[in-house]
Design a protein around this ligand. Structure first.
Ligand SMILES: Nc1ncnc2c1ncn2[C@@H]1O[C@H](COP(=O)(O)OP(=O)(O)OP(=O)(O)O)[C@@H](O)[C@H]1O
Ligand SMILES: [Mg+2]
Length: 447
């Protein structure tokens, strides 16, 4: 992509309405534009990151054996009357009437719709286990939308639903989701800690929220500092193995880690030595629930068990805040000059800065670099504008590409370009070929 032909409306001024750094940086980097309170247009740069995050979520869901599909944003009120949640949900639900005066709603979540799909087609335990998921826009008429995409009214969520014959099978599905979420967040360069939480309007007994530690987080959290040393890493896991998933769950949830809803000071003090007790704030980027037959019973989602008798299926639902993740990642990874994207989610893999636009040799070298990077399957952003070097560097720093190659006549005389890490600020002189090789190596685990 050439910057001269792209649409990157960066802002010089810090927007006054933005209270937290991720919101400020998303506006300044030209990633989003507010359409109305809590509703955003995704400008090209923001859209790229959103798609990268979605892609990781899809890959990790499917690695765990979950099946992608797509349900609509608008739902009929009838299904929600059946489950009893139409009245229970309250003013967060956006209710709409169509021209025939039929009651519709913009889905805040999809338990009813998916349960209806399930009961329409699945009749036997032999078709289980089954986990279906989608990534779709949700609407919750939040009383105080704020912090940009962190607490929007319209937001993108991955929501998945497991259907199992028994409680044990459904708990395995729960554990499988926990494992796949750990992998998902780590691929995005994030540490998200599973914490025991409250279930809210989804219902159920077993639930964990995944929290990214950040001062600007809306949740108060209490945890044993040892938990921050745990890494899922690149271990292989068999998602069908009950033992393997269970042991990962135990490893990541046996230490004290709770949100304020479930926090018990006495238990905290008893179980965690004082020097390891941490009270902090966190951003909720996901939540998993096991709720048994809460929806299958009222909605008649039963299957024939091995003995021929109908039994309601055991279910759970599992959400990831796809659009909120952009804010969470920026909160966790930025400096005074702008965003620092982790390699896994960066909108472009590498920036190319031409220090002397219009100089035949510099232009030629940049074009060759661009082509060589693309031939490796990478997507560079080439700043080919006729701008001062300082302005080009400032834009690259603001939009946060993790790697930058700087090309100028002086270096080219010696046959070198400069490769710079956004995170450390360190630069290295290399031949253009070696720079391409280096960048390709860095991204090999992410492609
Ligand atoms: N208003 C919102 N804007 C952006 N993302 C959201 C919003 N509400 C929820 N999410 C994301 O969707 C995920 C799954 O939804 P869930 O039903 O668990 O939300 P929630 O617990 O009601 O969220 P919160 O407590 O932050 O209001 C959350 O973990 C969060 O990351
Ligand atoms: Mg939640």
């Amino acid at each position: 992509m050439r910057l001269s032909r792209y649409f990157l409306p960066v802002l010089k001024e810090t927007p006054a309405e933005a209270q937290i750094v991720s919101h400020r940086l998303m506006l300044r980097a030209g990633m989003i534009k507010q359409a109305s309170a809590g509703i955003y247009s995704w400008l090209p740069l923001g859209y790229r990151v959103l798609r990268r995050i979605e892609q990781i979520v899809h890959e990790e869901q499917q690695r765990a054996g979950h099946v992608p599909m797509l349900m609509p944003t608008l739902q009929s009120a009838e299904l929600w009357q059946e489950s009893g949640r139409y009245d229970a949900y309250g003013p967060e639900m956006l209710r709409i009437k169509d021209r025939h005066e039929r009651d519709l709603l913009y889905g805040p979540t999809n338990e009813e719709l998916i349960t209806d799909i399930f009961r329409s087609y699945v009749g036997s335990y032999k078709q289980l286990p089954l986990t279906l998921y989608h990534i779709q826009w949700k609407f919750r008429d939040e009383i105080r939308p704020r912090f940009g995409v962190m607490r929007g009214r319209e937001f993108l969520m991955k929501d998945g639903y497991n259907f199992d014959l028994t409680r044990e099978d459904a708990l395995h599905a729960y554990n499988r989701h926990l494992v796949s979420y750990l992998r998902t967040y780590e691929r995005m360069g994030l540490q998200a800690i599973p914490m025991r939480a409250e279930s809210g309007p989804i219902g159920g007994d077993d639930t964990h929220e995944f929290l990214v530690l950040a001062e600007t987080g809306e949740s108060e959290v209490f945890y044993d500092s040892e938990i921050t040393e745990l890494k899922f890493g690149d271990r292989e896991i068999d998602y069908d193995s009950v033992e393997q998933c269970q042991s990962v769950l135990e490893e990541f949830t046996s230490r004290y880690a709770r949100t304020d809803d479930t926090h018990e000071e006495a238990v905290f003090e008893e179980r965690v030595p004082e020097e390891r007790r941490r009270r902090a704030r966190g951003i909720e980027v996901g939540q998993i629930f096991y709720f048994g037959t809460k929806y299958s019973e009222p909605m008649g989602a039963t299957v024939q068990g091995p003995d021929g008798k109908p039994v309601p299926v055991h279910m759970g639902s599992h959400g990831i805040g796809v659009s909120r993740l952009l804010g969470a990642i920026i909160e966790a990874s930025h400096d005074d000059n702008g965003i620092i994207w982790p390699e896994g989610v960066t909108p472009f893999h590498c920036g190319i800065v031409n220090l002397k636009q219009g100089d035949a040799e510099a232009d030629g070298a940049c074009e060759k670099l661009e082509a060589a990077l693309m031939a490796k399957g990478l997507e560079p952003l080439y700043d080919d504008r006729d701008e001062r070097a300082g302005a080009k560097f400032a834009t690259m720093d603001l939009i946060g590409l993790p790697w930058r190659i700087t090309v100028g006549p002086r270096g080219l005389k010696n046959g070198v370009v400069e490769l710079t890490s956004r995170r450390t600020g360190e630069s290295e002189e290399l031949t253009p070929e070696a720079a391409v090789e280096r960048v390709a190596e860095i991204y090999a685990p992410h492609l």
